[in-house]
Write a new protein. Structure first.
Length: 121
């Protein structure tokens, strides 16, 4: 990730149709981190829309929970990017219960891997 984990926080909120991943700068005035977050999440949004979950596998390991089901999911998961005042968010939506379960497992794994730099909402 191009931004500093020690200066940012990941938040993962699961819901019935997928979930929301938000990354924010711990200091909202730190525009360097805010811009790096936005650039990274915009890139990831485009990759995820194509069913390419390569980066999470490289960061968290190829056996990361949920990742196998998410690969090749292009067109079956809506992936929407939004700026926030202090970072950015990706919203994942699907009516496929297998993919909802995969997203939730993937969120849980990221919260676990990121430790104090992540929260589940």
């Amino acid at each position: 990730m191009p931004f500093d984990l020690d200066r940012t926080t990941h938040m993962f909120a699961k819901n019935a149709t997928g979930g929301v991943q938000t990354v924010v700068a711990d200091d909202p005035a730190d525009m360097t981190q805010v811009n790096l977050i936005r650039e990274h999440l915009q890139h990831e949004t485009e990759e995820f829309r194509q069913g390419r979950f390569t980066d999470p596998g490289q960061i968290h390991g190829q056996q990361m929970p949920g990742l196998a089901a998410l690969r090749g999911s292009a067109g079956r998961i809506g992936v929407a990017y939004t700026d926030t005042p202090d970072g950015a968010r990706i919203t994942y939506t699907t009516d496929d219960s297998t993919l909802v379960t995969a997203l939730h497992a993937w969120f849980d794994a990221q919260v676990s891997d990121h430790g104090s730099h992540a929260t589940a909402e």
